[in-house]
Design a protein. Structure first.
Length: 122
């Protein structure tokens, strides 16, 4: 019988933890962790999930879909309206790669540090 495990945290490497935390805070509405600083910043969700951002010197952004620098992590978010969510996130600093593997069913964007993430319809 497998051991029960609850996911409590996700941490992303990045060059600027406070900037990346600000992007995801604006994108998701998660609450900034009170002890965030220039080396490690975080966001809290009501159910206890923590999203962290840690400074890595010499950070190299993923080159998705090319695997020269692998993506290492891929987040997925469900949204009510793909077009609306994409437009909002692009205004916040996300980028949209040319390669979109799922057509109109989902969108792949990258955050300001280059991590790819998906938007899917609810």
């Amino acid at each position: 019988m497998p051991m029960e495990m609850n996911l409590v945290a996700i941490t992303l490497d990045c060059p600027d933890p406070l900037a990346l935390a600000a992007f995801y805070q604006q994108a998701t509405g998660l609450v900034p962790h009170p002890r965030s600083d220039a080396d490690f910043a975080g966001l809290n969700r009501e159910d206890g999930l923590f999203m962290g951002f840690q400074r890595v010197d010499g950070y190299r952004a993923p080159t998705w879909p090319d695997q020269t620098v692998p993506q290492q992590l891929h987040l997925c978010f469900q949204v009510d309206d793909l077009d609306e969510a994409e437009a909002r996130l692009l205004k916040l600093g996300a980028r949209k790669p040319d390669h979109q593997p799922n057509g109109d069913q989902s969108r792949v964007l990258t955050d300001p540090a280059g991590h790819p993430f998906c938007l899917t319809s609810r």
